[in-house]
Write a protein that binds this ligand. Structure first.
Ligand code: HAM
Length: 414
């Protein structure tokens, strides 16, 4: 039996998983500060939610879903994305008020695996439901931007566009289809199929980019209200000092978008998968699912790609603040008490659970990547411990009541 995970999936172990934890925590913290509550909802949903919500003509629905019949004969799909289910949950809750929701978890798409394109991948995201003000779009885009700033992702570009309302989208689709029919024979096979299923996607085709000069763009079909809404979003972004570029060909891969769409692009990653996040407004989605009118905007950010883009240089802080060393077994209870106290003081502390030689314990401290080893030995009776800086190899005696302060200040001076 092979121990490898299934194709296109990964086991994320230490030390890499420490980067994941840092990134997930940073997002959770920021989303909470922006007023987003947590939503936890099923990893699978009825297939219809995605077929209708994401759109029959999209690659996600046509080629990428993990769909199966459960033992009760229901068609079930592992969630390929979050937004459709979050809207379903909101409608199920019967809530009438704007709701700001954040989530994190695995999504599933049967894609051709490569670096940054996985079959199981993690997204974090927010959905601001029940609000059509452009200020909501700005807030959502800002939250994503601040998140990338917090985790130190360099070379990030925020791209924005507006797709307009359903009427302007339909008008644009008509004109675009006509244009594409005219150049059909010059287009790639993929794009030719898409003329029928999803002509909008041809616009951001990398393969056919050069043949699309003069293709009708969504911007040319916007209604006055959509123009106004888009202008207010751009103004809001400027006021928030968020640099962005307008990408008139940005259309996104899912069908539910109206008006604002945006993408966060890591310019240092390979073009094929350099979108580290994306989102937009989807004012019609709730109705498409059979609910009432719920204007909404949100984004999802791809954790796998973000960690990839952060690369080695993001650095890893040591896994533990202190590893406690029991100098002789009589001191074990004192050492256990010390670990407990440090943990209660929000320090990361650990020790060996059973007898080991002092040498073996120091080895563990190194292997566990602790900043300091704290030796509980004879000096304990004088109210002191010995603290060794595991990087520099220097040792000092520190009074017991000063240990946590020492760990903190020493840690900061590092
Ligand atoms: P999406 O553009 O399909 O949007 O996905 C968002 C992000 O998830 C992408 O930018 C990428 O970083 C990551 N991602 C997507 N597919 C993969 C994959 N196969 N492997 C690794 N990472 C991937 C959505 O999912 C929408 N729900 C966003 C949204 C929320 N719109 C409104 N609210």
């Amino acid at each position: 039996m092979s121990f490898r995970p299934p194709k296109g999936t990964d086991d994320i172990l230490p030390p890499d998983s420490r980067r994941w934890r840092r990134v997930l925590r940073a997002f959770d913290d920021l989303a909470e500060r922006f007023g987003y509550d947590l939503i936890v909802y099923p990893v699978f949903d009825s297939t219809e939610i995605f077929a209708r919500g994401v759109g029959e003509g999209t690659d996600v629905v046509q080629k990428e879903m993990y769909t199966f019949k459960d033992r009760g004969g229901r068609s079930i799909t592992l969630r390929p994305e979050a937004t459709a289910s979050v809207v379903r949950a909101y409608l199920a809750s019967g809530s009438q008020i704007p709701m700001k929701l954040a989530y994190a978890g695995p999504m599933f798409r049967y894609e051709r695996p490569q670096a940054g394109r996985r079959r199981q991948f993690w997204q974090v995201g927010v959905e601001y439901l029940g609000e059509d003000s452009p200020q909501a779009d700005v807030e959502v885009i800002e939250l994503g931007y601040r998140f990338y700033q917090t985790i130190g992702l360099e070379g990030l570009e925020v791209q924005v566009n507006s797709l307009g309302d359903p009427t302007s989208r339909a008008a644009h689709r008509g004109a675009l289809t006509e244009f594409l029919e005219g150049i059909r024979s010059h287009l790639s096979e993929d794009s030719r199929t898409r003329i029928e299923t999803n002509p909008l996607r041809v616009l951001d085709s990398k393969e056919d980019h050069s043949k699309l000069q003069g293709a009708p763009l969504p911007a040319e079909f916007l209604s006055d209200e959509s123009v106004e809404h888009y202008a207010a979003v751009k103004q809001g972004l400027q006021q928030a000092s968020i640099p962005f570029v307008e990408n008139p060909r940005l259309v996104r891969g899912l069908d539910y978008y109206t008006r604002t769409v945006f993408e966060y692009v890591a310019t240092r990653l390979d073009v094929a998968q350099n979108a580290v996040g994306g989102g937009g407004r989807y004012d019609q989605l709730a109705e498409v699912l059979g609910g009432r009118h719920v204007p909404a905007v949100g984004f999802s950010l791809g954790i796998d790609r973000i960690v990839l883009a952060l690369g080695e240089e993001a650095g890893l802080r040591p896994a533990l603040d202190a590893f406690i060393i029991v100098a002789d077994e009589q001191r074990r209870q004192a050492a256990v008490g010390l670990v407990r106290e440090l943990r209660a003081r929000h320090l990361r502390a650990d020790m060996e659970p059973g007898p080991r030689s002092v040498k073996a314990q120091f080895k563990s401290a190194d292997r566990r990547q602790a900043l300091y080893a704290i030796v509980v030995g004879d000096e304990w009776d004088d109210g002191e411990v010995t603290i060794r800086d595991l990087d520099k190899g220097e040792e000092v005696r520190v009074a017991r009541e000063r240990i946590s302060t020492y760990l903190r200040i020493g840690g900061e001076a590092e």
